[in-house]
Design a protein around this ligand. Structure first.
Ligand code: SF4
Length: 86
């Protein structure tokens, strides 16, 4: 299940670019998230990473190029379309 992580572009990196520090807002947050997305765009395992984070309802961080807010929106859209909870 975690085998994909061996090929992660973020492996061994400082994880602070992927996770919001307390109180982070606005431009600082958008810049950090964009820096994380840039890493994810070049990652060969972005699909399994994004699927894992959504399926496990990972509440924090950028995973597979998606922020926590985007993952929450995806779950809301999924339910609004009449699909059962994931
Ligand atoms: S998609 Fe992003 S967060 Fe996921 S393993 Fe790759 S670099 Fe890390």
């Amino acid at each position: 299940m975690w085998k994909w992580q061996a090929d992660a572009a973020c492996r061994g990196m400082d994880s602070s670019v992927f996770f919001s520090p307390n109180g982070e807002r606005g431009l600082a947050r958008r810049r950090r998230e964009e820096a994380a997305r840039a890493i994810c765009r070049a990652c060969p395992v972005s699909s399994p990473c994004a699927l894992f984070a959504t399926a496990s309802r990972e509440p924090y961080g950028v995973w597979g190029g998606y922020t926590e807010a985007e993952r929450r929106e995806d779950i809301v859209r999924h339910r609004a379309a009449g699909n059962p909870a994931r």
